[in-house]
Design a protein around this ligand. Structure first.
Ligand code: IMP
Ligand code: MG
Length: 333
């Protein structure tokens, strides 16, 4: 697999955590590097009946041999880093770049009190936007200045590129989603930077010529938290009836929901240069496929849905999520 970038084709929360954790184990990944904005993203991993909701530590932690890194483009909250390293027991194989900018209490206060951020954009309130603003103003603190992070400081671009030089498998874990990108989403209802595949590579210090695969993760239906358009949106009650009601990992807010959007998936494939698609939560639309590991087990309607996605997006659907556990997946690669 070489260098694989995993990114989200919709508005975040498509199940990247599950896909990244599966790939880390299935492909014997040497390095899993987290990209994206920062702790505004919550990635969920389910393994051995335990549910992990990770906002800083990369989801590849489920493979005990995988080195876990956070690239310099990512904002870090030291309290959350320390808590998750402890919770995942990854102290010996976790590192973050000295150039990660640090979220401070003042950033969180501003994110939660600024009228535009709170009421118009409806941010996660985790301080990421104000911290990125300080970073651009060249006044943000850097991870290298924080005593509690000293032991984790790692030259992330050097380690990631070194692993690729040695022909090892590297996973770049994107966060958020294509349509909440600062550049490619519906401004101002967006996060505070670009989070598409090329930005994810930049976040960890990997150049475009080194990438082998871009996996675009789309859910079998679309959800969005915060403000902004959502084509075909169904109400919260209808979402509950269909089993599409979800609640934010970071905020606890009920996510807004809509049916699968083929044109958004196609546009996301273009912007991210996707080479393959992962479709998650197929079991929510077609309960009979719950837990399946075989494409042949899928019913006629579920297969027709996958075929239609492949036709419309012009990419193979290589991974299909059939349940929350990391190994509830159909791998067609
Ligand atoms: P911020 O990133 O906290 O500034 O929030 C800006 C917008 O992006 C809000 O609509 C958030 O709900 C949304 N957002 C940020 N991160 C995520 C994510 O990881 N998943 C889903 N939505 C997100
Ligand atoms: Mg999430």
């Amino acid at each position: 697999m070489g260098c694989t970038v995993v990114v989200d084709g919709f508005f975040g929360d498509t199940g990247k955590g599950k896909i990244v954790s599966y790939l880390a184990i299935a492909d014997d990944v040497a390095v899993c590097a987290r990209a994206g904005v920062g702790p505004n993203a919550g990635h969920t991993v389910v393994k051995d009946d335990r549910v992990y909701k990770l906002r800083m530590v990369p989801c590849g932690f489920v493979n005990p041999k995988t080195l876990l890194l956070i690239g310099p483009g990512v904002l870090v909250n030291p309290d959350i880093v320390l808590k998750e390293v402890k919770e995942t027991g990854t102290d010996k194989r976790f590192g973050l770049d000295p150039q990660c900018a640090v979220i401070e209490p003042k950033h969180i206060e501003l994110d939660q009190s600024d009228a535009n951020l709170k009421n118009v954009v409806k941010t996660t309130g985790t301080g990421t936007g104000p911290c990125n603003a300080d970073r651009v103003m060249r006044v943000a603190k850097m991870a290298r200045e924080i005593a509690s992070l000293k032991k984790y400081l790692t030259d992330v671009p050097a380690v990631v590129n070194g692993a690729l030089d040695d022909d090892k498998n590297v996973l770049i874990e994107g966060t958020q989603g294509t349509f909440i990108s600062l550049y490619h989403g519906q401004y101002p209802y967006v996060t505070s930077k670009d989070i598409c595949a090329s930005a994810a590579c930049s976040d960890v210090g990997v150049g475009p010529t080194r990438v082998d695969e871009v996996v675009l993760v789309c859910k079998a239906y679309v959800t969005r938290v915060g403000a902004g358009d959502l084509e075909g949106e169904i109400g919260p009650e209808e979402a509950k009836r269909r089993g599409w009601d979800e609640y934010g990992t970071v905020t606890g807010r009920q996510r807004r929901a809509a049916p699968f959007n083929y044109s958004l998936a196609k546009r996301a494939a273009m912007i991210n240069g996707a080479t393959q698609l992962a479709i998650t939560k197929l079991d929510v639309l077609f309960p009979e496929c719950k837990g399946s590991n075989s494409y042949d087990d899928l019913g006629v309607e579920a297969r027709a849905f996958i075929n239609r996605i492949e036709e419309q997006v012009c990419l193979p659907v290589t991974l299909i999520g059939t349940g929350p556990n990391y190994n509830e997946i159909i791998d067609r690669r």
